[in-house]
Design a protein around this ligand. Structure first.
Ligand SMILES: Cc1cc2nc3c(=O)[nH]c(=O)nc-3n(C[C@H](O)[C@H](O)[C@H](O)COP(=O)(O)OP(=O)(O)OC[C@H]3O[C@@H](n4cnc5c(N)ncnc54)[C@H](O)[C@@H]3O)c2cc1C
Length: 554
């Protein structure tokens, strides 16, 4: 039976799934003042030891949430540990090529972003987010609880039927919105009848989590984040995962027969070239897909993270991409809950995020096409001049094929949103996109270019929780008061920040930039001529084309 006009929801938002994406969404929403219930079927977070790369974009969100210091503190790697990806003929074999400062993870200051990437196990990231969410008075986290049914209520809002897996008791949890952040096998997606489109089961892999006592301290070990082992007997990838000599090791699974633990350990030893004592802590089989949900929204229900996009993990994007979904959806749901969202704003979630998902799906599928065995060559491991020549040839091939995987700052920071809420009417052609190169630009839709003002803070630290109007040139303050008044009338949060710095003005290419809550540029220009129309446009109010043009006048 459908319930009529429920107005007293238990929560503003129900989040199904306490993985990194659900917890990031709960973090974003509670920070914006909303009540959230996270429903997780497992009895704890961090069940699967998967991601290791938390990229610079996620780390920037962690900074915004006040969690970057904790991420750094919990990193298993010492600051001086080289953030390199090493290709070699064996763990204790000949070096072929190394990508230094892979994923921009070296702990050095960079003009382009405020936080370097961290190499930290996903279970630690989830633990940090969980501790933060649990401590928040507006958050409720329910473990051992599974979503079974959902119902969109006629008065707006969603009722979730959830089962306590310990007591078997069934309960209804109501919320204004519900988000399925429930991973690859998303129940929310299935209950809504949303299909995944694309290619299923491209390749199968197995990851082992191992304890190899004394390995980190072995004086013959070349330290690296990842060791790609170009070994004819056991082409694979391995690397340090956590403190206390915990390592990961992964290799494609040959179709047909599942290998025993002993067989897999045999491959590990061959790839290492040293007979070390080791113990398997976990075994994690996984499959590469290339899939996107055919829609991300049904009424008041949304999908985020692996629930709506699945791709190869080569390149370290999946969790990071899902956390960016949580940020985009988080501020838009918040705008709807606070009453200043236009009718089209929530639909812009899919319009904006889907192209970013497609980009990652394409590049990460290309990454999986070049595994270690691609670089095998006769004599590669020989201690001879011919062997050295073979390694030099392989090094060139590795750098060419794998740069998009380990130097992918273009993918991480350079994607640009294009939606009716982004004002580009008077802009020329957008700057060219490159997977490996990120060129900061304030072309609307892009991530606001980063800068370090003279006081040592990050420019991003000065952005408000809502929109931020940056005044960068010599523009008159009077024009801004009209925008401030229009924002106040709408109850749209807006902060003004003035920075008289010619270099930053040049970087932004305009006297003003209007930056969204997710740090993307919504509009830039030298004059604020139609503030009310501009705000209507960027908050997703359906507006006529002529009005849109007026709003964009510079
Ligand atoms: C080998 C490997 C390495 C990877 N490395 C990286 C990397 O370096 N960087 C990176 O960014 N990404 C990486 N990824 C991808 C990353 O692990 C995923 O993208 C990420 O876990 C997705 O997060 P999520 O929160 O969307 O889904 P999940 O992590 O799958 O979380 C979903 C949660 O929902 C819960 N759930 C499901 N159904 C229900 C229900 N009905 N009721 C209640 N709860 C439910 C599940 O128990 C689960 O806890 C890697 C993946 C693999 C396989």
């Amino acid at each position: 039976m459908r319930e009529e006009h429920v107005v007293n929801w238990d929560f503003d938002v129900s989040v199904i799934g306490g993985g990194p994406v659900g917890l990031a969404l709960a973090t974003e929403l509670t920070a914006r003042g909303h009540t959230v219930c996270v429903i997780e079927q497992n009895d704890r977070v961090g069940v699967q030891p998967r991601a290791k790369t938390t990229n610079v974009r996620t780390m920037t969100h962690m900074r915004r949430w006040g969690l970057a210091p904790e991420m750094r503190r919990r990193s298993p790697l010492a600051p001086e540990f080289p953030r390199r990806v090493r290709f070699a003929t064996g763990l204790f074999g000949h070096d072929i090529f190394s990508f230094e400062n892979a994923f921009c993870a070296a702990p050095v200051r960079d003009e382009r972003f405020p936080e370097h990437a961290e190499f930290i196990p996903q279970y630690v990231v989830e633990g940090i987010l969980l501790d933060h969410v649990k401590a928040h008075p507006r958050a409720t986290v329910r473990f051992n609880t599974r979503l079974e049914e959902l119902e969109q209520m006629s008065g707006g809002g969603v009722a979730a039927t959830v089962r306590d897996l310990k007591t078997r008791k069934v309960e209804r949890v109501t919320a204004r919105f519900l988000v399925g952040a429930d991973g690859a096998r998303s129940s929310v997606r299935k209950l809504l009848g949303i299909q995944m489109q694309g290619l299923h089961s491209l390749m199968s892999f197995v990851t082992l989590i191992l304890r190899v006592p004394g390995l980190n301290a072995d004086p013959e070990l070349e330290p690296a984040l990842f060791h790609w082992l170009v070994s004819p007997e056991a082409p694979c990838v391995m690397g340090p995962m956590d403190k206390q000599d915990v390592w990961f090791w992964g290799m494609p699974q040959r179709p047909g027969r599942e290998m025993t633990d002993e067989e897999l350990l045999g491959f590990v030893r061959k790839a290492m070239r040293k007979d070390c004592e080791m113990e398997i802590l976990a075994r994690d089989p996984w499959t590469v897909h290339k899939l996107l949900a055919d829609r991300y929204r049904d009424g008041d229900v949304f999908l985020a993270g692996d629930a709506c996009h699945l791709h190869s993990p080569f390149g370290g994007h999946g969790m990071n991409l899902g956390i960016a979904d949580a940020v985009d959806l988080g501020w838009k749901l918040s705008a709807a809950l606070e009453g200043w969202a236009g009718a089209d704003l929530l639909d812009s979630y899919e319009t904006e995020r889907k192209p970013a998902h497609r980009l990652v799906i394409e590049t990460s599928t290309e990454n999986v096409a070049a595994l270690s065995d691609k670089f095998l060559a006769p004599g590669l491991d020989d201690d001879t001049a011919e062997g050295a020549d073979a390694r030099a040839v392989a090094a060139k091939a590795v750098e060419e094929a794998k740069a998009p995987e380990f130097r992918s700052l273009g993918v991480v920071l350079g994607y640009r949103y294009a939606s009716p809420q982004i004002v580009t009417d008077d802009e020329g052609a957008p700057p060219e996109f490159s997977v490996t190169r990120y060129t900061p630009t304030a072309f609307p839709g892009s991530l606001a270019p980063h800068a370090w003002p003279d006081d040592g803070s990050s420019l991003y630290d000065h952005f408000g929780t809502g929109f931020t109007l940056l005044r960068l040139g010599q523009a008159e303050e009077a024009a801004e008061s009209e925008l401030t008044k229009a924002a106040a009338a709408l109850k749209l949060p807006l902060k003004l920040f003035a920075l008289r710095d010619e270099a930053v003005r040049e970087l932004y290419g305009a006297d003003y930039a209007l930056v969204r809550p997710d740090q993307h540029v919504a509009w830039r220009g030298d004059r604020l001529t139609a503030p009310a129309a501009l705000l209507d446009r960027i908050r997703g109010k359906p507006v006529a084309v002529e009005t849109q043009r007026a709003a964009a006048t510079t």
